[in-house]
Unconditional design. Structure first.
Length: 201
């Protein structure tokens, strides 16, 4: 029996990463690209698993409650929930890293599968830090993709996130912190908080 996995790609970088993932026996992989529109909940419900790679939208509860859904996030969860965690890590002198987790109906919530940290350097901008965080994300994805693809993670007991460290940031929070033109920059070294164009979902 063939297992079906949907990979949701939030931007072109993650589309390229997704199509380079190695094939697994008896697994069919389909792809959705954010610029082409989101698959309907009914479509996603027809898959055995869903993997979100910087998908900039919350999946409906009817999907995450019934289909194993996984998310690759550019923050060290639970401290880096929400939008642009790299920017917030610098601003709050917090944790920078990457997390792979099983999703639930809350934003960047759900049991953690794996995560990794990178230090924040005194000369880091968000654009520079994002490069290292992205490398961590890709390493986590490469290490755990076979487990996601074949279903070995679907029923594994995982520890919940420790809520005392949780902070969820919204677009509005970020807009109060960083001028919008800097968020659209491709990496201005003159401002440590300029995020670049990578989607934070």
């Amino acid at each position: 029996m063939t297992r079906k996995v949907m990979i949701l790609c939030g931007n072109p970088h993650w589309s390229l990463v997704a199509i380079k993932l190695p094939p697994c026996e008896n697994v069919r992989v389909d792809y959705a690209v954010w610029s082409e529109g989101a698959p309907s909940p009914a479509t996603l419900a027809g898959y055995d698993a869903v993997l979100s790679l910087h998908w900039p939208a919350i999946l409906p509860a009817e999907v995450v409650d019934n289909v194993p859904c996984y998310n690759l996030h550019p923050g060290f969860l639970p401290s880096g929930r929400g939008w642009h965690p790299v920017t917030w890590a610098i601003y709050e002198e917090g944790y920078a890293g990457a997390t792979l987790h099983r999703m639930d109906a809350q934003v960047d919530h759900g049991p953690i599968i794996a995560r990794d940290l990178t230090p924040i350097r005194s000369d880091d901008t968000a654009a520079k830090l994002l490069i290292r965080v992205r490398a961590l994300e890709e390493a986590l994805l490469k290490a755990h993709w076979p487990e996601i693809a074949t279903g070995r993670l679907d029923n594994r007991e995982l520890s919940p996130q420790v809520e005392e460290f949780a902070r969820t940031k919204t677009k509005a929070d970020l807009a109060r912190l960083v001028p919008p033109h800097l968020l659209l920059a491709t990496g201005d070294d003159g401002d440590r908080l300029g995020q670049g164009v990578d989607s934070p979902a």
